[in-house]
Design a binder for this molecule. Structure first.
Ligand SMILES: [Mn+2]
Length: 287
């Protein structure tokens, strides 16, 4: 690499330094046939870039699918946040592509700016609206981010918070509100029942999303689907179609992997681990 104009020299040095310290070639890594990750949200403080780097260092694959919301353009437009580790992730992905891994990027709603470049290639990374991956055992998986399936974007975190921590508080508030209502001569009204109904509606939304995506995959003639978007890792059969959601790298640090024999598995990366072993957490059962 030749030195660029003066203004770019520090950046070029940085890239060269980080290329020379890249230990892809020196560390033993586990090899999968395919790795699917999404919802990394580079450009936000919540992004677990170091964890993702650790995971990518320890695990290699012939195919790497970036299933959307890799870069959070929405947040970056509001406030620029781009630490070195986020740069390192981009470099790691480019390096993967350079080393012969087939890297496909399917933009999501947070990186919809990339949807203007569908069909193009950046440093060997293909940008596609969606893709079809054929597993080693011959199953056809449709890969899409998933945002095309929601009418309203909901916040999963809000739900968990409301469900777990606010219940006690809600009961207290309920008593207080009904004290007020009684003084105003109004009949009893259950706030907690109202909120529970809201939560239930939102939980139904998750199920509706999963069913809708699986149904679409089936109607397109595929055996299954891999998506992200709702930050809820999952792998289960829905009416004869395999629904896989690879989760996210904000909270769950999860990926979907295809073993060399075509077997699919959801894996969760534990930051403390330095070897290539993964925590194979039990799949969460939807309530
Ligand atoms: Mn999304």
């Amino acid at each position: 690499m030749r030195a660029g104009p003066d203004a770019f020299a520090p950046l070029m040095r940085g890239m060269l330094d980080s290329a020379s310290t890249d230990d892809d070639d020196h560390h033993p890594a586990h090899r999968y046939r395919a790795i699917f990750v999404s919802d990394v949200h580079l450009g936000t403080a919540g992004c677990q870039a170091q964890a993702l780097l650790g995971f990518l260092k320890a695990n290699r694959s012939d195919y790497l699918y970036l299933v959307g919301d890799i870069v959070d353009g929405w947040q970056l437009r509001r406030r620029w946040f781009w630490p070195q580790s986020h740069n390192d992730v981009v470099q790691k992905l480019l390096r993967r592509a350079r080393k012969g891994c087939k890297v496909v990027f399917i933009p999501g709603n947070h990186d919809e700016f990339a949807r203007g470049f569908l069909g193009h290639e950046f440093g060997g990374i293909e940008v596609r609206e969606d893709a079809v991956h054929t597993t080693a055992d011959g199953r056809k998986l449709w890969i899409t981010h998933g945002d095309y399936f929601d009418g309203v974007i909901q916040c999963a975190k809000w739900l968990a918070f409301l469900g777990d921590n606010l219940y006690e508080f809600t009961l207290k508030l309920n008593r207080y509100l009904n004290g007020l209502r009684a003084r105003l001569g109004l009949p009893y009204w259950s706030l907690s029942a109202y909120l529970k109904q809201k939560v239930k509606t939102a939980l139904n939304y998750v199920t509706d999303f999963e069913v809708a995506v699986a149904q679409a995959a089936r109607s397109l003639g595929h055996d299954g689907v891999v998506c992200g978007h709702i930050h809820r890792a999952e792998m289960r059969d829905i009416n004869g179609t395999l629904y896989c959601n690879d989760g996210d790298w904000v909270e769950s640090r999860s990926a979907l992997v295809e073993h060399l024999d075509g077997r699919l598995e959801l894996v969760y990366w534990n930051e403390e681990q330095t070897s290539s072993t993964l925590v194979h957490a039990q799949q969460e059962v939807a309530a």
